[in-house]
Design a protein around this ligand. Structure first.
Ligand code: SAH
Length: 307
């Protein structure tokens, strides 16, 4: 595996502050090489399995001189970005792995802006899709405010990876005519979601997928049960697409209990709705006396090691 040129803890100061950029590039003495216009890419890494990276994402990753890596980005993806490069990108982990409890969003934005203005090809790589609960919008706004052009590369979001893991479409037309992606962990200070209202929408034939919902599970389950029957099919998928992927299919009424009993946890999405009815029926037929569904351990096909 290629070794990153440098790993800087996110709480450390950026290597090149914004002031390193020429204040008046257009009046600066001509240099042999013209500096490219400041640019930054927000790249979706997908749910973890490097095979789920898009070709566009991989091309951008391999162009980077600085990679700002989120917590949920797997090591395999970072290794692919660096593999075989004569000059590997500098890598900065801007999550818990970087040595801080968490990296403040404002710090990350300042770092992206400073490095892009200093001429680095900054690629911000995020789990899933950068625009699905990924703070990509805030980062794109900050970059554009500083005249930095932003390129966005989509990634496979966790809901889609969970759907594949379950083998169930989120919009099976016999059961659902839409899907709602919601977060169980809204921005601090924002109004909490009204789960009974979401349950009413789900009862109209919308599949509900909850990101970051495990910690709130008892609360959200109680709220949803105000608008949906307890036997509504429900599932949890943890580490979708990765070798350690685990999932459980059960009912809404038993969801919190199943998750606790099976020791399932983050990162995981919850899927609630009739699209899971066939899967639940199959499972119940296979184990008619089981009150609670057994969590299945599903191993995706092993991918070649990235490094
Ligand atoms: N931008 C990401 C979501 C980031 S929010 C995306 O599009 O997927 C982080 C949450 O995403 C986690 O708490 C979890 O709910 C979900 N998540 C991310 N990766 C996951 C995975 N491999 N399996 C299950 N859930 C995942």
């Amino acid at each position: 595996m290629a070794t990153p040129a440098a790993v800087v803890p996110p709480c450390a100061k950026p290597a090149k502050p914004a002031s390193a950029a020429p204040a008046h590039a257009c009046t600066a003495a001509p240099t042999r090489q013209r500096r490219a216009a400041p640019w930054c890419a927000l790249v979706g890494a997908g749910p973890g399995n490097p095979e789920l990276l898009t070709l566009q994402a991989l091309r951008l990753l391999r162009r980077a001189t600085l990679l700002l890596v989120d917590d949920l980005v797997s090591d395999g993806v970072v290794a692919l970005a660096q593999r075989g490069r004569r000059r590997p990108a500098r890598v900065v982990y801007v999550g818990k792995r970087g040595g801080c409890a968490s990296t403040p969003q404002a710090f990350i934005e300042r770092l992206m802006v400073a490095e892009a203005l200093a001429g680095e090809r900054v690629v911000r790589i995020k789990g899933g899709d950068p625009f699905v609960f990924g703070r990509g919008g805030e980062e794109a706004d900050a970059l554009r405010r500083h005249g930095i052009s932003v390129q966005v590369a989509s990634g496979i979001t966790a809901a889609v990876a969970a759907s594949a893991a379950l083998g169930v479409p989120l919009t099976h037309r016999e059961h659902a005519h839409g899907v709602m992606l919601v977060t169980g962990h809204p921005k601090p200070g924002a109004a909490a979601l009204h789960w009974p209202t979401l349950a009413a929408a789900a009862a109209q034939g919308l599949t509900l997928v909850v990101y970051m919902g495990v910690a709130q599970l008892p609360t959200l389950q109680a709220g949803l049960l105000q608008g949906l029957p307890a036997d509504t099919p429900a599932a949890i998928v943890q580490h979708a697409s990765l070798p350690q992927q685990r999932l459980a299919v059960t009912t809404l009424g038993a969801l919190a209990c199943t998750v606790a009993e099976q020791g399932l946890g983050s990162p995981a999405v919850l899927v609630i709705g009739d699209v899971l009815a066939g899967l639940l029926a199959l499972q119940t037929a296979a184990a008619p006396h089981a009150a609670v569904a057994e969590a299945a351990t599903v191993k995706p096909a092993p991918s070649r090691r990235a490094a």
